[in-house]
Each structure stands twice: as C-alpha cells, then as structure tokens.
Design a protein. Structure first.
Length: 217
C-alpha cells in the first residue's frame, strides 16, 4: 500500500502537538440560509511533518513527527512524508462542517461519542461533525434534531442528503483520545495516548462498514 496520511499514523508513531488544534467557533457561527445549527468552517490547514529529522516535543522528548499549523514554508518534494490536511473542530451543540475534496484529508476531534457524516448540500459534498454535548442533554438533543430535520423528506425534497456516517469510538477497542480521519470520502478512526503534548498512536482503523446516516439513540 502506498504511504498516505492514514498509513503513516500506524501504531506506536509519536507525534508532537503543541499547542492543540484550533477549536475556535467560526465567525459568524451560523450563516443565513443554512440549516439550523449547521456551522460552516473554512479550511484550517495543518501539516503532518514526518520528514524533518530530530524533531522533539516542547520539553525536548524525541518524536517521529509533528502536527503544525499551516502549510510548510516550501512545497514538499514528491514522495517526502509531509502531508497537508484540514482540521475540522468539534463544537458542542453545533454541527460543524467543511468541504470534502481530493486534495486534503480531514482530521476532526475530539471524538467522545459524536457522529461523523458525509452529506450533499447545494451540489457539494461535505463532512459534518455532529457535536453532541456530554454536559448538556438539551444541546445533544438539539443537534440530533437539527440533523434529522435537515435530512427529512419534505415536499419530496431534502435540504441535506446523508451519504455515509460513522461513530469512530465504536470501532476502537480502547477509547483514549480519539480522532476521525476522512480521506476521499473514506472514514478512519485513530486513538492516541497523550503525554505532555506527545500523541502516540495506539490504534488506527479503516471503517469500511459505514451507515448511510447516523443512528441516534
């Protein structure tokens, strides 16, 4: 299998992440004319750098690579293990979403029981992180109802058409710090052990058995 961002995040790989990914809510949080609680996130580009030798965490511990905000200063050469990706933040009580394309994988988290779903809206494919809220049953109910309302058939039309859905936590035998990764519309679940800004991959699973839509309980 050719190397890609998912195959590079294999068990035992140590990645420095300091500070954490940008979790700020988009501004504006909601745009006029969009489904209720759907929060569009413009591209937040990051780099997974597994090429630069001698990388360390903030306290000097040796790592295999790093997550860095923004693209590298110069474009990487062919076959160099530097990967650009988009970060999709988790916002409790909102359905954050960004465009799915063939250029950038999308990493999202943290996953604490939320659903991810690809969907069609206004002729384009998007990835949604349906932000349930462990501290607020009301927020959780609201985002679930917002998704169900947006995907409901009304007058023989749907505002949003769900394509594939997965709950990443259901596909890992040990839920530590869990992220979802989407590449070319395919879902993956990755768990990390964390220690002072070092993220050590514990499990990485491709999830081929996706559902056509989230199943809320």
């Amino acid at each position: 299998m050719a190397a890609n961002m998912f195959t590079e995040l294999h068990q035992g790989r140590k990645i420095a992440l300091q500070p954490f990914f940008d979790q700020q809510r988009p501004n504006p949080r909601y745009r006029p004319g969009e489904p209720a609680l759907f929060s569009f996130v413009p591209p937040r580009i990051y780099t997974l750098d597994l090429h630069t030798k001698g990388q360390t965490s903030f306290n000097g511990a040796a790592v295999d690579g790093s997550f860095k905000a923004g693209p590298p200063v110069s474009p990487p050469a062919a076959n160099v293990p530097i990967y650009l990706f988009k970060w999709l933040p988790f916002n409790a009580g909102s359905i954050t979403y960004t465009a799915v394309d063939h250029q950038f994988p999308i990493l999202t988290g943290l996953m604490t029981g939320c659903w991810l779903a690809t969907f069609q809206f206004r002729g384009q494919t998007w990835l949604a992180h349906i932000g349930t809220d462990s501290d607020s049953p009301a927020n959780t109910a609201a985002v679930k109802n917002a998704w169900l309302d947006a995907t409901a058939l009304k007058n023989n039309l749907r505002t949003v058409t769900s394509l594939k859905a997965v709950k990443p936590n259901d596909h890992l035998s040990a839920s530590l710090t869990v992220f979802g990764l989407v590449m070319r519309g395919e879902f993956h679940a990755i768990s990390f052990d964390t220690d002072f800004g070092i993220y050590t991959v514990k499990q990485a699973r491709h999830v081929p058995n996706t559902l056509p839509a989230p199943v809320f309980t």
